[in-house]
Design a protein around this ligand. Structure first.
Ligand SMILES: Cc1cc2nc3c(=O)[nH]c(=O)nc-3n(C[C@H](O)[C@H](O)[C@H](O)COP(=O)(O)OP(=O)(O)OC[C@H]3O[C@@H](n4cnc5c(N)ncnc54)[C@H](O)[C@@H]3O)c2cc1C
Ligand code: SF4
Length: 541
């Protein structure tokens, strides 16, 4: 069968690899912006600072964009994505949008958004899958397959009550000292802490190899995770793209913006129209089946444009969801007077889960201790003059960390994507532009306050108090877990998908990215998206 896949993010590449293994002919269309060469791959973080010709430019950017300065009257961020990841978020000229209530991050890179992700990988359990047309038992083999392909580190510890068993979970890298001391304190007082606070702590699950395999190195604790892992221990989808490219049946057409599907009178796709990102070329692509894996925002855009092009009708795709995210810096008092080690794995290594009477309201948190990440946003936010803040900060630095909380979201009719009429020029056509509408759930402030109150008491008992005044509710859209606009549904409904992610409206179309999610649990979604893409490839092709 000839299959056309659009997008090389985590969902596109895992779908493609599965159908390639079944001997199908696969063409992948992708804007596919390439990562620039890795700077001095043999160096660790400290070596990089010492050996680069212009370290300031590397770490802060040509225009110092990665330096976050507090803006009076606003809650400033605690970190910015580094200049080495700028390419992930470059958009082609054809992509334009207006947004009302949610600021999205969209990627057109080879590998997609997960070229800049932090690797959190958690399987959903049956409660979280209750709105899906399949159960945990149905998707479990595909979680195992993805874990085998990418390498997921973690432990079946206390948190395993929330994260059901799947195959190929590998032992995690060593903990940095701050995380190790925090976990030891939890383990010492575990029974009391759990019964008093109903909060569980354990190792987080993340996409990193502890030991090398398949041409990738194991983690060598170089502290460069945020800027890009130099020895491929940390998983990004461009590694799977490389595997696809090695297949004789695979054709990768990077440099094309998929603009719209030409729909035939029977509603099936006749062909895809794509524009060359450079120059003014236009090409059409035909296949037996078309797979959308562009990420929820771009996939929805392509459907909206296809309907508009065929009928001049502007439709709405409702049910846009994203996880609300809260950042709470804390200080682990057990680290006072100790120094930090920059030669550490940099992202989260611990996680928390909050029990609740209603298990569908599970709240998920990841704990990232401060190692090599830029520290000036934290210093600048301390309610002290700069000199005192720096001096106090150097005493406390090794004990600092940030708890990142995620809250679930569910599909609501008033959160939607549509097109709006303003003339922007998309190559030869004039298109209405994408328009994104989102309002957070009404109970957001109450559920955030309630969770934070419990976590403050829990972290206090861990002797790692959350620092008063520094907690930030991230702007809407910061979760980067967009989903829900073309959901799977057992019921045959317009702009929904079957159990195998086949469109009920366009018979030769399958959608395998976040748009297909009927509900967004608190846990990071990408592991489920990859497993679902493999599930669809195995069941429908
Ligand atoms: C900073 C950050 C941290 C994150 N951390 C985590 C985490 O810890 N855990 C987690 O689960 N998730 C995390 N995420 C989210 C995760 O990256 C996304 O869920 C995931 O990448 C979505 O995969 P996707 O395949 O659906 O689409 P994307 O990654 O968005 O990829 C889209 C692909 O489609 C292509 N494309 C798009 N439109 C077109 C078009 N019109 N024509 C041609 N090609 C097109 C792009 O080039 C790209 O290759 C994080 C994201 C960010 C930015
Ligand atoms: S995962 Fe992070 S610490 Fe480990 S080798 Fe890669 S960049 Fe270095």
């Amino acid at each position: 069968m000839k299959i056309l896949v659009i997008g090389s993010g985590p969902t596109g590449v895992h779908f493609a690899l599965s159908v390639l293994k079944k001997n199908h002919q696969v063409t992948m269309i992708d804007v596919g912006t390439q990562r620039p060469a890795m700077a001095l791959p043999e160096e660790n973080f400290t070596g990089l600072k010492q050996s680069l010709d212009d370290p300031v430019r590397y770490f802060l950017g040509e225009k110092f964009d990665a330096a976050i300065l507090p803006e009076p009257g606003t809650d400033s961020k605690y970190y910015a994505l580094p200049p080495s990841k700028d390419y992930v978020f470059e958009a082609p000229q054809f992509f334009d949008f207006a947004t009302y209530g949610l600021s999205p991050l969209v990627s057109f890179a080879a590998g997609g958004l997960a070229e800049a992700w932090t690797g959190g990988c958690y399987p959903l359990n049956d409660t979280e899958l209750s709105a899906f047309p399949f159960s945990y038992d149905d998707i479990e083999p595909y979680y195992g397959e993805v874990a085998r392909r990418i390498g997921i580190a973690g432990a079946e510890d206390d948190l395993a009550r929330f994260h059901p068993h799947h195959d190929d979970l590998s032992p995690p890298p060593s903990l940095d000292e701050n995380s190790a001391r925090l976990l030891a304190r939890y383990e010492d007082r575990r029974a009391t802490l759990i019964s008093k606070h109903k909060i569980i702590m354990g190792r987080s699950r993340y996409a990193v190899l502890t030991e090398g395999r398949d041409g990738r190195g194991g983690c060598r604790y170089c502290g460069r995770c945020l800027w890009g892992c130099p020895n491929q221990a940390f998983y990004t989808p461009s590694l799977t793209l490389r595997e696809c490219v090695a297949h004789a049946n695979f054709t990768y057409r990077a440099g094309f913006f998929a603009s719209y599907f030409r729909l035939a009178p029977d509603s099936s796709i006749a062909h895809l129209v794509a524009y060359a990102v450079k120059g003014c070329g236009r090409e059409t692509f035909c296949a037996d089946a078309y797979i959308l894996a562009c990420g929820t925002i771009s996939t929805s855009n392509l459907i909206l444009r296809s309907v508009y092009k065929s009928t001049r009708e502007i439709i709405r795709l409702t049910g846009l969801t994203d996880n609300r995210q809260v950042l709470a810096p804390f200080i682990n008092l057990a680290m006072l007077g100790r120094s930090y080690n920059p030669d550490s794995y940099q992202y989260h290594q611990l996680a928390v889960g909050m029990l609740s009477a209603d298990s569908s309201q599970y709240i998920h948190g990841q704990i990232t201790t401060l190692k090599t990440a830029t520290v000036h946003p934290l210093i600048a936010n301390l309610p002290l003059d700069f000199k005192t803040a720096i001096s106090l900060f150097s005493d406390f630095r090794s004990g600092l960390g940030v708890l990142t909380l995620f809250f679930n979201d569910w599909r609501r009719e008033d959160n939607y994507l549509t097109l709006e009429q303003t003339s922007i020029d998309g190559a030869r056509d004039t298109w209405p532009r994408l328009s994104i509408h989102y309002t957070p759930p009404e109970d957001d402030p109450a559920r955030i306050d309630s969770a934070l109150a419990k976590l403050r008491r829990f972290f206090y008992d861990l002797r790692a108090p959350i620092i008063p005044g520094l907690t930030r509710i991230s702007p809407v859209g910061s979760g980067v877990h967009y989903s829900g606009t073309l959901p799977m549904s057992r019921e045959k409904k317009s702009w929904c998908l079957s159990e195998n992610c086949q469109s009920y409206d366009i018979p030769n179309l399958f959608i395998v990215d976040g748009a297909a999610m009927p509900f967004l649990p608190a846990k990071n979604l990408t592991f489920t998206l990859m497993a679902n893409a493999v599930r669809v490839a195995e069941r429908a092709f």
